[in-house]
Design a protein around this ligand. Structure first.
Ligand code: GTP
Ligand code: MG
Length: 270
């Protein structure tokens, strides 16, 4: 049988490839695919968690604190670049231990208070292990960057059993997100060496974004008070009188059935 680690040229006696390299590359490709898959599953789980929070919050408070949710899993090339840059071994164990932003979820909230509320709701879930939280809202980076960063670990249930996977969660307001995406583009445009004047303007813009966040939150709190009073008078989604009629009729049916076949005579332990 042909040696699967040798290229056709090698088998034909042509320029010999490096079988060890081929084997190494093949193994790396398999490892990387597995790592990416695990992180994709972890992202799916986080997105489900965020979606549940969003819908429940909307149901309870008639208000949606989450404006937008984005996610990404690093490509193999990007993981490999980071492996080389950090000088870590290209093994699955070393990659899992040394690179924490393979899976990323970014949640954009309407207001600052919501960023804390949403992160708290996520990190307090029993299957979410918190590895690290960095509060760049209370303590912005020198350039003005603001966001909440959390490294969390969640179990992904594979056929072989649960695997803990790390996800980087970033939570920020719309204004912070607007600023960060522009800053990111500028940083890349100048390849990291942004002219001093633009750096100063960006830092000033971060300050303006913060003022906007605070003003919007004040307005929201003011208007919400009014909304709450109004909400008392609004007709509920479900017609309560109709629900009562259905309930009465269901109880009447149950009583009639109980008289008839004795089914209701069974105790609760049945
Ligand atoms: P470190 O301990 O400094 O590594 O903190 P960290 O891991 O919380 O932040 P890091 O600087 O590694 O950044 C993680 C991610 O946050 C980045 O990939 C960006 O998405 C975002 N980020 C951090 N700092 C900035 C910034 O100054 N500008 C922008 N636009 N994004 C940033
Ligand atoms: Mg980092």
């Amino acid at each position: 049988m042909a040696d699967p680690t040798q290229t056709p040229a090698h088998r034909a006696g042509g320029e010999p490839a490096e079988p060890a390299d081929v084997v190494f590359a093949r193994r790396m490709r398999k490892d990387f695919q597995r790592i990416q898959m695990e992180h994709e599953f972890a992202v799916d789980e986080m997105l489900t968690k965020v979606s549940i929070l969003r819908r429940e919050f909307l149901h309870l408070h008639r208000y949606n604190p989450i404006e937008h949710v984005g996610s990404r899993v690093k490509t193999s090339a990007s993981i490999l670049q980071k492996v080389a840059r950090l000088g870590i071994d290209p093994t699955p164990e070393a990659i899992r231990a040394g690179i924490h932003d393979i899976a990323g979820v970014r949640i954009t909230c309407s207001f600052i208070a919501d960023t804390y509320r949403v992160l708290d709701a996520l990190t307090s879930q029993t299957d979410v292990g918190v590895l690290r939280v960095k509060d760049y809202i209370a303590h912005p980076k020198p350039n003005g960057y603001k966001s909440l960063h959390a490294l969390v670990e969640i179990p992904v249930f594979l056929s072989t059993g649960p695997v803990p996977v790390t996800v980087e969660v970033q939570v920020r307001t719309i204004a912070m997100d607007f600023w960060a995406s522009l800053e990111h583009k500028i940083y890349y445009k100048y390849d990291g060496s942004v002219p001093a004047g633009i750096v100063t303007s960006l830092t000033e813009a971060a300050e303006l974004a913060d003022q906007l966040d605070q003003r919007m939150e004040e307005l929201h709190t003011e208007v919400r008070g009014v909304g709450r009073e109004r909400a008392e008078d609004t007709t509920p989604d479900l017609d309560e009188r109709m629900l009562l009629r259905v309930w009465d009729s269901a109880r009447a049916d149950a009583r009639a059935e109980g008289d008839g076949d004795g089914d209701n005579a069974r105790g609760p332990a049945d």
